[in-house]
Write a protein that binds this ligand. Structure first.
Ligand code: MLT
Length: 265
């Protein structure tokens, strides 16, 4: 369905029935990156909410240049969908950065966190400069700049040619203005390391064993920093573990979600 939020037309897939779970996609992807996981969660009795972040997928609106804009959109979306109270947030990579921002702003809307192939640290100066230069190139030359640069880093060697091609095509199709905006937003994100000890909800940290973008070392920092967090390393997966090993990722999420969600105060 499409809903108007903060001047954007947000597309959100609402699938299944049961207790709600929010899935937040990464960069420069869309809600479709969650398709195989969503099917399993729906079969497992969950109502899955999968938005396209502003400017990505079927969502339109002025591109975000701060991650907080995505958070504001998501909180508005939950209100519009009458999802009151707290629910589990699953954030993949940039979606994890957004989840940290949401935790700082509205922890009462988060009952559990699954952080998938993401990291707490901010960009260093070189990474920031790289993102800024890439954003300018994307505005001139299109999203294939990012698609071509990211493709070799996204997968474990076992990933099929057809998956690589489909993911490349989806990145090329991303709107250049949204891609450039998100690059600037990620470059400007704060260090979330000080946030980690404040996270009081049950947390699952998941990472592809061969993730070259947010490597297992980053996941260990998350799992060690968040009190009581569990770490799952997904075999034969790179950064795109939800697409490379959907069964393993979905089963880990189902097991995590099945446990009673109790805040640890
Ligand atoms: C993502 O998958 O969301 C991005 O690779 C994250 C990043 O570039 O930091």
């Amino acid at each position: 369905m499409d809903v108007s939020i903060e001047g954007a037309r947000m597309h959100v897939a609402v699938l299944g029935a049961g207790s709600p779970v929010l899935l937040v996609h990464g960069f420069p992807f869309s809600s479709s990156m969650w398709d195989p996981i969503a099917r399993r969660l729906v079969e497992g009795g969950y109502k899955v909410l999968i938005p396209d972040l502003r400017g990505f997928g079927k969502s339109t609106g002025v591109p975000a240049t701060a991650l907080g804009t995505f958070t504001t959109d998501l909180l508005g979306l939950l209100d519009t969908l009458w999802v009151t109270g707290a629910l589990p947030w699953v954030g993949f990579s940039m979606g994890g950065y957004v989840a940290f921002d949401a935790w700082r702003r509205r922890p009462n809307r988060i009952s559990a966190l699954a952080l998938v192939d993401t990291r707490a640290g901010a960009d260093d100066d070189a990474a920031r400069a790289g993102r800024s230069a890439t954003a300018a190139r994307v505005e001139r030359e299109g999203s294939s700049v990012v698609a071509d640069a990211m493709l070799p880093k996204l997968f474990a060697p076992a990933a099929s040619a057809s998956l690589r091609q489909a993911v490349h095509a989806s990145m090329v199709a991303a709107a250049p203005a949204a891609v450039a905006g998100a690059l600037r937003a990620m470059a400007a994100r704060p260090d979330s390391t000080p946030t980690l000890p404040t996270i009081k909800v049950r947390t699952l940290v998941m990472v592809g064993a061969e993730d070259a973008i947010t490597p297992p070392g980053d996941a260990e920092v998350l799992a060690q920093g968040i009190p009581g967090a569990r770490l799952r390393v997904v075999k034969d997966a790179g950064h795109l573990s939800p697409l490379e090993q959907p069964s393993a990722v979905a089963e880990a999420l189902l097991e995590f979600l099945a446990n009673p969600v109790k805040p640890r105060r």
